[in-house]
Design a protein around this ligand. Structure first.
Ligand SMILES: *[C@@H]1O[C@H](CO)[C@@H](O)[C@H](O)[C@H]1NC(C)=O
Length: 599
């Protein structure tokens, strides 16, 4: 008789322990337990909803007071600094003599809060920062004179994800922070997330990032700041496009975590590069929504021998696949950055224009058309690793272009847009999910693209000659051109302009039958770098700013072109870091072929 009794007691104990563990797991999963290293590595990660939240209404807010894991710093550089102990002594002394004695009781707390609030107020007024100059700069259509014309964007209450990659570029970090603070003031701190990735910086980035951390913490802006070591120790073994892809995907990690673990979905991702005025970013966001654009880029201007030149020719291609000109900000209409006719015309009118690819400074990406659909940044793999004593890899004449990670991203956007459209057509043909609105859209699409409905890829292009026409130009990169994004481009005098012209109409299934990717450049969104006279640049670009093109056409592009059938491929075939030698060729681009590779 005693045995069953004891067994019952044991099983009760067992259930009690399990119960306690479950309660602890479900209700206190937000509290990291300091004893386990598992909990410590978890604490900077975005946490899933606990049991109660899942059962009731899941909290999808970005509230840093409620969810501590929304503000985190990973991989702080803890190395001893040169005067570190002197600084630490000073801080301790200040704390012990001037702070601690006045923290007497609870009643003193409001005074502290007051200190914090006035500190934030000072930050927001941005006295002396470049951002403070922004409202005084000339912009077309009187944008800066109209007061707050971005109210409609703010009212939507969307979520925005700000991403910054810092690679020894401390000179604009403070101004980028100023811009984030300004945006937070208007969008609300609970409507944004800031992701900063420090890739192996060796300058004063670390200290400035401490400042960013302090400011964002004070303001209650959710953030993740992360420092990672370089991919390779030896710069000669580094392949820059691969590093680009790695940095950007890491900067997007919280975006994916917030979606998968908490169901938080962002409306737009804003990549801050260089310095861009907050109003210009707002306008680019507006252009992005108005056009349902996959990506909208600003334009990147750098100082060069006393002039301002367009500066992202490594990654930007016009809608005909050509490189942008290295134009001056004051260039005549026939020598503006985009070479294609439509782009040049719209550029001259300060209107957004379609491109094949861009990055040029600050750019806005719609994650629903990209990152949430599984597109990641990537790079070519057929490069030669100079630190390995191997032969040069054997490459076909039409081998994939070994260009920037952004160029790969753009091509992925074009192919994704085409394949999504074809899937939609299939769905409607199969009679699934066909509400009348979707059907009407597809009929529009089919009317525009008569071939699309039967453009299902078939492997029948064997007789097709490759479009590619190559011309290799060994080039030495100008090490002094460390200005803006053009740091990576090939200068004109070294053959940067020489590529054979495109040959049209060689594809059996032209790119124009596929649904285009919506990639735009907004010339009103000016991105600059250290040393640029903002006022002069604004005058060069926009004159007195009194354009008369109100209303229609200001934001929306009516006609969208298909992808070019070839593009200027500027590639790094070897390792050697950012400054590695580049060569240039014209390479065919067939969406039909790309879709077949996926199938
Ligand atoms: C090149 O080779 C070196 C030595 O094997 C290696 O450490 C490095 O990661 C390689 N670089 C790339 C980009 O794969």
């Amino acid at each position: 008789m005693t045995l069953p009794f004891r067994r019952r007691n044991l099983s009760r104990l067992f259930y009690a322990v399990i119960g306690a563990l479950l309660i602890r797991y479900f209700f206190f999963s937000d509290i990291p337990s300091s004893s386990s290293s598992f909990a410590r590595t978890r604490s900077h990660q975005i946490q899933e909803h606990n049991f109660i939240e899942r059962a009731t209404r899941p909290d999808k807010t970005l509230n840093v007071q409620k969810h501590r894991f929304l503000q985190s710093r990973i991989g702080r550089d803890e190395r001893e600094e040169m005067l570190g102990h002197v600084i630490r002594n000073g801080i301790d002394d200040y704390w012990e003599r001037f702070q601690l004695p006045y923290i007497l009781n609870r009643e003193a707390a409001p005074i502290d809060a007051q200190h914090v609030l006035s500190a934030i107020d000072q930050l927001l007024s941005l006295n002396g920062w470049v951002a403070a100059l922004c409202p005084t700069l000339t912009r077309p259509f009187g944008q800066n004179k109209l007061g707050d014309i971005w109210d409609d964007i703010v009212r939507e209450d969307h979520l925005y994800y700000f991403a910054i990659v810092i690679h020894s570029a401390d000179h604009f970090l403070v101004d980028q922070l100023a811009v984030i603070v300004q945006m937070a003031k208007r969008l609300g701190t609970n409507n944004m997330f800031v992701s900063m990735l420090d890739y192996d910086s060796t300058d004063s980035t670390e200290t400035l990032i401490d400042l960013c951390e302090a400011v964002l913490t004070l303001l209650g802006v959710p953030f993740r700041i992360r420092r990672v070591p370089g991919m390779t120790e030896d710069p000669a073994a580094a392949y820059y496009p691969l590093e680009e892809a790695y940095m950007r995907n890491l900067a997007l990690e919280p975006l994916q975590e917030l979606k998968s673990r908490r169901g938080i979905v962002f409306e737009r991702v804003i990549w801050l590069k260089g310095f861009t005025c907050p109003n210009d970013i707002f306008e680019t966001i507006k252009v992005s929504f108005a056009n349902q654009a996959a990506m909208v880029c600003g334009m990147d201007w750098a100082e060069h021998n006393g002039f301002f030149i367009f500066s992202d020719r490594w990654r930007t291609r016009d809608i005909e696949g050509d490189q942008f000109r290295q134009s001056k900000s004051s260039s005549k209409p026939d020598a503006v950055p985009p070479r294609d006719k439509q782009g040049a015309t719209r550029y001259a009118q300060h209107l957004p224009f379609q491109v094949f690819c861009c990055e040029s400074g600050t750019h806005v990406v719609d994650p629903a058309q990209s990152y949430y659909k599984g597109i990641e940044y990537r790079a070519g793999t057929g490069f030669q690793n100079l630190s390995k004593p191997e032969l040069v890899p054997e490459r076909d004449a039409d081998a994939p272009c070994l260009d920037s990670s952004q160029a790969w991203f753009c091509r992925d956007l074009w192919v994704k847009s085409a394949s999504d459209a074809m899937e939609e057509v299939d769905r409607v043909n199969a009679g699934v999910g066909g509400n009348s609105n979707a059907k009407r859209n597809l009929i529009d699409l089919a009317a525009r693209d008569p071939l699309m409905l039967n453009a299902r890829p078939k492997r029948d292009l064997s007789e097709e000659e490759p479009v590619e026409r190559r011309q290799l130009l060994p080039v030495v990169v100008d090490a002094d051109a460390n200005a803006g994004s053009d740091y990576d481009a090939i200068p004109d005098e070294e053959g940067g302009e020489i590529v054979p012209p495109p040959e049209q109409g060689r594809l059996s299934i032209p790119n124009s039958v596929f649904r285009p990717a919506r990639i735009l450049v907004n010339p009103r969104c000016v991105t600059t770098y250290a040393g640029v006279s903002h006022t002069q640049l604004a005058l060069d670009l926009f004159g007195d700013g009194d354009d008369n093109a109100e209303g229609v056409g200001k934001y929306v592009l009516e006609d969208w072109e298909g992808a070019p059938e070839s593009f200027v491929c500027q590639e790094q075939r070897q390792t050697g870091g950012r400054k590695a030698t580049k060569t240039q060729r014209r390479l065919g681009f067939s969406i039909h072929d790309e879709l077949q590779k996926l199938a």
